[in-house]
Write a protein that binds this ligand. Structure first.
Ligand code: PAF
Length: 324
């Protein structure tokens, strides 16, 4: 069996060289559990690839940040020590700066708007740009609209965020947005987050319902406010060292498997959007569903949109706004 996993960040060694009829095992790294929306998407990728290839390709998940934080995993793809990663766009702007557009708060109106944009011309252009950073963008998938959780108090207005030590992803746009809304943003890689909340190093964090439930944040956070302050895309990325070694037919299977992965993940996001509030309440969280988003939007946009527009202008943002 041939493995493309050359040696993970965690130090896993390369296994075996290929024989002509070798079966190839592809490792799909991600940050969450196998039961999460990423786990569902990773499994759909593996199952579809195995089916399309008639078993020539098999796969396994490396879940729960086993191979490092999302930034580490992206770096692993660049050097060929990892095969495939499903990651949020949190660290992606550090590799492909134009992708920072997708992280702007209050950019997408709703799920339909985000999905139509990412499945269309704009999404394809951004996928193509991954090549500039020695990455292969196979498909846009999804994390979901992000919401604020914390251990201190219910958040109803930006004033309630005042001084709250809030973990953000390592993302300049998100940090600027929360600074603008009055919080004290603390960038941190995902594997450290649960412990930091537990030990009170930070008071809160922000993530979609998918992640809040998958991570069982009710064990360390009493309050959730459905701020929906930003849509959080995710992406299926491959290593060019793996992808460029495939035949055209095999590349087609990988692309189709990535699209199947995105469809399965989005279906799971939809399910958790329907059922997640009850699940969080049943586990003791105080869930605030109705807030006036306008003041959050004004402060967040004023503080963060220029991080993107100062460098790239407003063209892409106008095109995204025009997507029906
Ligand atoms: O908060 C993050 O870092 C991301 O949303 C997560 C949980 C790793 C999923 O991509």
């Amino acid at each position: 069996m041939k493995h493309y996993l050359l040696g993970a960040v965690a130090g896993v060694a390369m296994i075996g060289a290929a024989s002509a009829q070798a079966q190839t095992n592809v490792v799909v790294g991600h940050a969450l559990s196998v039961e999460s929306h990423y786990g569902v998407g990773a499994q759909a990728f593996i199952d579809t690839l195995t089916e399309l290839s008639g078993g020539a390709f098999t796969g396994e998940q490396a879940p729960a940040s086993q191979l490092g934080g999302e930034r580490d995993m992206i770096e692993g793809l660049q050097i060929g020590s990892l095969d495939l990663v499903i990651t949020s766009t949190g660290p992606l702007g550090n590799f492909v700066p134009e992708a920072l557009a997708l992280d702007l708060p209050f950019l997408f109106r709703d799920y339909d708007h985000a999905r139509t944009t990412l499945d269309g011309e704009i999404g394809q252009e951004l996928l193509d740009q991954m090549r500039d950073a020695d990455l292969v963008g196979l498909a846009w998938t999804e994390n979901g609209f992000r919401h604020v959780t914390n251990s201190q108090r219910p958040i109803r207005t930006p004033e309630d965020l005042g001084g709250l030590r809030l973990r953000t992803m390592e993302n300049r746009v998100h940090m600027a947005a929360f600074e603008g809304m009055g919080a004290a943003p603390t960038p941190m890689a995902w594997p450290e987050v649960f412990g930091a909340l537990q030990q009170g190093v930070v008071d809160g964090q922000e993530n979609p319902i998918t992640v809040i439930t998958a991570a069982r944040f009710w064990e360390v956070q009493g309050y959730v406010t459905l701020t929906g302050h930003v849509y959080s895309p995710a992406i299926v990325l491959a290593s060019p060292i793996l992808f460029d070694g495939l035949t055209e037919e095999e590349q087609g299977w990988f692309l189709e498997a990535a699209r199947a992965s995105a469809a399965a993940t989005r279906a799971e996001v939809d399910r958790l959007e329907r059922e997640g509030v009850e699940l969080m309440r049943a586990n003791g969280m105080d869930v605030i569903t109705e807030i006036d988003r306008a003041p959050f939007q004004e402060l967040a946009a004023e503080a963060s949109w220029s991080v993107f527009t100062d460098r790239f202008g407003t063209d892409m943002l106008e095109r995204i706004a025009a997507v029906e």
